[in-house]
Write a protein that binds this ligand. Structure first.
Ligand code: FAD
Length: 458
């Protein structure tokens, strides 16, 4: 099968490897610009299949992702399959709970089913003329004669195909990236696993058919070295994710019998156990997955090839930004197409120059946020710090934007800028939190003056 024939002029034959969230959205952007777009996906068409257990993850979609969807007219449609989450609902080990708003009033993030979102994006892509070829696993890219070969996982034999431009959006373990790396001198590649893995569990609706927990929040059971979180689904279930060490005293390695699982949950997550009737079975039936950060460079090859989404920058999920960042890649790329017209060399070069520092920044912030979520969200001093920051943001919305708000609710601020501003603010807050009697004078003019004076210093 010949999939595409290069043509001259503005319209390009573009091949995208991977019909995940980012590949599907990218195909919509490119098809809307009039290019002929073919997407090759290793898996079969998920629209014809049930989601497999333990792989149903829901994701937090925030303003960067929404802005990218809005630019192709999809934000409102996608919001229909989202549940707003206005803050963190913290479940302490003593059974007490606390609500921490994510931002100012009216700001929220959105819980969305990864599978449902992916299916919608694929269907919208096809409605825009994109061809999606399933069961096509990228095998090799020959950079000399620019041919791409796939293995059809149903056993069909296909000849290799050609394209003007190739995008690798085939995820954290990208085969496209490997092809690029193997035939690229001085390719930088860094891959870091954290010592925690994750496992999905679920909370069904109550016997009355209602949500078993407050639906408009992201629930967290922070326990220092591990944590459980739960995000709501439209069918009134919650998907829970246990982030837990692979090894050590309390770990996937050691908690390995029904008895131990029951005991562990009873002592650490007592309030949620009655809501999860099947958690022991799920614990053993669902996979334990690892979490990786990937940084690499270069992302592009002349005017021919670029990595995008997780293939370029896999993040750990603790800032809820992997998909949002990948969607933002698509928006920025599209703005560069608008600016540079047919000059794909410039488009890809500028895309890499702009996005690489931002992806590196959010990758580092995501690792840092792991400690914050599991360890600090239950700490009174940390909560006071967040209160001071929220108050400052309320009073001086331009001078002080908490790092979380910069990343989550301020798509006009680049991730790299958010990292820098966040670090500066954190240094100031560490000084302030170390002041004697801060608990009693945090709302005083004196403290406010010190903070404002520090933030104005370059
Ligand atoms: C536990 C967890 C929670 C997360 N939570 C959030 C969150 O709250 N918010 C957020 O923004 N992000 C979150 N993320 C990150 C988010 O899931 C990813 O950033 C996002 O899925 C990346 O999309 P992608 O299209 O780049 O890659 P993927 O979603 O991985 O898609 C890649 C596609 O390429 C296909 N493929 C792979 N190899 C080949 C091949 N050789 N040939 C052809 N096709 C191939 C795959 O089958 C897949 O369909 C989370 C991730 C995890 C693990």
């Amino acid at each position: 099968m010949t999939i595409s024939v290069p043509v001259s002029g503005m319209k390009k034959d573009i091949t995208i490897i991977g019909a995940g969230l980012v590949g599907s959205l990218l195909s919509i952007y490119l098809a809307k610009r009039g290019h002929r777009v073919s997407v090759f996906e290793r898996r079969s068409d998920m629209r014809n299949e049930e989601l497999s257990a333990g792989r149903s993850i829901n994701l937090a979609l925030s303003d960067r992702g929404l802005l990218a969807l809005e630019k192709v007219g999809l934000a409102e449609e996608i919001k229909k399959i989202c549940i707003p989450m206005h803050g963190r609902h913290i479940h302490n080990i003593d059974g007490s709970t606390a609500f921490q708003p994510y931002g100012k009033e009216g700001q929220y993030i959105n819980s969305v089913s990864r599978g449902e979102l992916n299916k919608r994006l694929m269907t919208i892509a096809e409605e825009n003329g994109v061809g999606i070829f399933f069961n096509e696993k990228l095998e090799a890219i020959n950079w000399k004669n620019e041919s791409i070969s796939f293995e059809n996982t149903t056993g069909k034999q296909l000849p290799s195909s050609k394209a003007d431009i190739i995008f690798g959006s085939d995820g954290a373990f990208s085969a496209a990236r490997l092809q690029h790396q193997l035939q690229h001198d001085k390719f930088d590649y860094h891959q870091y696993y954290i010592d925690c893995g994750y496992k999905e569990l679920s909370i069904p609706p109550t016997s009355e058919g209602d949500f078993a927990l407050e639906p408009n929040a992201l629930h967290i059971w922070p326990r220092k070295d591990y944590m459980l979180i739960a995000l709501p689904n439209l069918d009134k279930t919650f998907t829970c994710t246990l982030f837990f060490p692979f090894e050590g005293e309390l770990s996937f390695d050691k908690i390995n019998t029904e008895e131990k699982v029951k005991q562990f949950f009873a002592s650490n997550f007592a309030d949620v156990v009655p809501l999860m009737p099947d958690y022991v079975n799920e614990f053993f039936a669902n996979p334990t997955s690892s979490l990786v950060t990937v940084k690499c460079f270069p992302w592009v090859r002349e005017d021919k090839f670029a990595l995008i989404g997780d293939a370029a920058h896999a993040l750990v999920p603790f800032f809820g930004q992997g998909m949002n960042c990948g969607f933002e890649d698509c928006r920025i790329l599209d703005e560069l197409i608008e600016k540079n017209g047919d000059n794909w060399h410039n488009i890809l070069e500028q895309y890499q120059t702009l996005r690489k520092p931002d992806a590196d920044a959010i990758a580092d912030m995501a690792v840092y946020n792991f400690t914050e979520m599991r360890d600090k969200t239950a700490n009174p001093k940390f909560l006071l710090q967040k209160k001071i920051e929220a108050r400052l943001h309320e009073k001086y919305p331009d001078e002080w934007i908490p790092a979380y708000s910069q990343v989550t609710f301020s798509p006009q601020i680049r991730y790299s800028e958010a990292l820098q501003r966040g670090q500066k603010q954190e240094t100031i807050m560490q000084e302030v939190m170390g002041m004697p009697d801060i608990e009693s004078k945090w709302e005083s003019e004196e403290i406010e003056k010190i903070i404002l004076e520090r933030i104005k210093r370059r």
